[in-house]
Design a binder for this molecule. Structure first.
Ligand code: MG
Length: 172
């Protein structure tokens, strides 16, 4: 098994859409950034990349590259997941904590978990999501995400097949 950890933070800015976990939420401000500013998908992406010791999101998708301007952060997550799979692992579960003053995440939690689960190719009960308000932290104009992910080695059916063949030969 492998464990990965990801962290991200973005500042709220007026006049842009708020995207968290691949879901657009109704709010008077959105999260700034070079891409769509999806703080949760960025932290998940870094957790996946970290679990297989791959370069981080900033190295793979540099904010200096105009290609990623306004990009859908699902693109970053899909690339990280591809690297996880080619390293021979699959996602067992993830757990995320969001820290933000507003909007309230509770009413949207099920939708966010479902979308993240869909992107990761896991069941919704493999995606944990908690939201906290930043009490006493003076973080009213920012959103922060912490994510841990657990990966498990995938069973290789080819190898099992080869073993069976070898055993069959020996018996002959
Ligand atoms: Mg980010």
């Amino acid at each position: 098994m492998r464990i990965g950890y990801g962290f991200d933070s973005h500042e709220f800015r007026p006049g842009i859409a708020l995207k968290i976990g691949g879901v657009t939420l109704a709010h008077d401000k959105g999260l700034g950034g070079h891409s769509d500013g999806d703080v949760l998908l960025h932290a998940i992406t870094d957790a996946l990349l970290g679990a297989v010791a791959a370069p981080d999101i900033g190295a793979l998708f540099p904010p200096s590259d105009p290609k990623w301007k306004g990009a859908d952060s699902a693109v970053f997550l899909r690339e990280a997941l591809k690297r996880v799979h080619s390293a021979g692992y699959s996602v067992a579960n993830i757990d995320a904590s969001l820290i933000l003053a507003a909007p309230k995440i509770g009413p949207h939690a099920a939708g966010i978990r479902a979308r993240v689960a869909q992107l990761l190719g896991v069941a919704a009960d493999c995606v944990g999501l908690k939201a906290k308000t930043p009490e006493g932290l003076n973080l009213d104009n920012a959103a922060v995400a912490h994510v841990v992910v657990l990966l498990e080695k995938r069973g290789d059916s080819k190898k099992v097949g080869n073993k069976t063949k070898q055993r069959a030969k020996k018996t002959k």
